[in-house]
Ligand binder design. Structure first.
Ligand code: PMP
Length: 407
């Protein structure tokens, strides 16, 4: 079954608007996706009917809010096929998830032990590791690229028995590259290292099975998968989460508190200090329902069809440079490009004048941008509601930009 974009678009009122006298073409989905009515209704319904704090009250609203919040956890467990709901921690997003894992690294890393990440990592998968290395005396090593993909020979050389953590982006938010994280996890495990996956750009777009991937941690962001901002999930294997100290302390995460000490609740609540983002979690649960109904395989197929359609047309444009893997099957729905010698900010501004929303900049991946030796890139990124007509529109808009600047 393929995906019915026209039906889907009816759920996204925001797409139905004119920007700079042109119909909006929203191609900034790697930054954040739009939210369907079903998700907005779930959030609204919670505030209008059930709003109360969770896990505390015995009154009816508190029980309803708790049930809905915990039901979302179950939905997320099923969505990524975790073994247990204890392994699903609600966070603010991928950044928080990766910071928490790096805090665990600080807890166990010894001087001269090693952390391996890649040059295509997002800042949120670099800086927490820099901090962990600085605090523990561990060494941070980078894997570099070959033809827009991870250089697996370099990866095999960098992962050694000294490696304790390997943290790899599942899908690059700049290059679109889909990394073989299952295989990388096998290499990491063969050396006794912990495998961490940054799933910010994969979980929204393809079927994720953390047991099949056999990763130890997997972080995702709700706002990149049709849910509200400020909510995400960190998956961790139960055995590791049991060894991991809580990151934040306060209400909700405790069992007993004495004057000089305290004990923690069991998983997953040990990590969820303070009043959580209840509405966000409920919205994320609704987003999971929505995406599951469409079918993650259909989503992946749709994005691949869009890429297969637009890529040859982009390649025909004189002066356009495209980054990332040559083979489209190794690419998610992300295309970074530069047009002649134009600054990508100028390109993005010109495209906006045509109603086409793309991002320009370093995409929170400055080491990668330096490595590519470009000042920045423009980036178009696709999702469930994007159409072939919109692909044609960005091609026309790039051609118009080229003509306008005379390049
Ligand atoms: N990793 C990747 C690959 C991303 O694309 C992003 C968001 N751009 C993040 C991590 C961080 O996600 P968030 O800002 O939602 O925490």
């Amino acid at each position: 079954m393929s995906l019915d974009t026209q039906k889907i678009r009816k759920d996204f009122q925001i797409l139905n608007q004119i920007v700079n006298d042109e119909p909006l073409v929203y191609l900034d989905n790697a930054a954040t996706t739009q939210k369907p009515k079903q998700v907005l209704d779930a959030v609204c319904n919670y505030y209008e009917h059930d709003n109360a704090n969770v896990h505390r009250g015995v009154h009816t609203l508190a029980e309803r809010a708790t049930a809905d919040y915990e039901a979302s956890r179950d939905k997320l467990r099923a969505f990524i096929n975790a073994k247990s709901r204890k392994e699903i921690l609600f966070t603010r997003g991928t950044t928080t998830g990766l910071n928490w894992v790096a805090k665990f690294a600080e807890q166990i890393l010894q001087p001269d032990e090693e952390i391996v990440i890649s040059i295509m990592a997002h800042h949120s998968n670099i800086i927490p590791w820099q901090q962990a290395a600085e605090k523990t005396g561990a060494v941070l090593k980078f894997v570099y690229l070959k033809n827009g993909e991870l250089d697996m020979a370099d990866l095999r050389a960098k992962i050694t028995d000294k490696t304790k953590f390997v943290s790899i982006t599942h899908v690059s938010n700049v290059l679109g590259t889909i990394n073989p994280v299952k295989e990388i996890g096998q290499i990491a495990h063969a050396h006794g290292a912990i495998m961490v996956v940054d799933g910010a750009q994969s979980a929204p777009h393809m079927m994720i099975d953390v047991q099949e991937l056999d990763c130890d941690f997997f972080a995702l962001s709700g706002h990149k998968m049709a849910a509200p901002t400020g909510i995400g999930v960190l998956y961790g294997k139960e055995e590791l989460l049991n060894r991991m100290n809580p990151i934040e302390f306060g209400g909700e995460m405790i069992d007993f508190v004495y004057e000089q000490s305290a004990t923690w609740k069991e998983l997953p609540w040990k990590f969820e200090a303070g009043t959580p983002n209840i509405a966000g979690a409920i919205g994320l649960g609704a987003a999971v329902d929505y995406l599951t109904e469409i079918g993650l395989d259909n989503i992946r197929q749709h994005e691949m069809a869009l890429i297969d359609y637009v890529m040859p047309k982009l390649c025909e444009i004189d002066g356009l440079t495209i980054y990332g893997p040559k083979n489209n099957t190794k690419r998610g729905g992300v295309i970074s490009f530069n047009l002649a010698n134009l600054h990508p900010h100028d390109v993005a501004t010109a495209l906006d004048m045509e109603g086409v929303a793309v991002r320009a900049g370093h995409h929170c991946a400055q080491p990668l941008i330096n490595y590519l030796d470009v000042p920045a890139t423009a980036r178009a990124s696709f999702y469930i509601y994007n159409t072939f007509e919109e692909c044609d529109k960005i091609i026309e808009a790039i051609k118009a930009t080229k003509a306008f600047f005379g390049v």
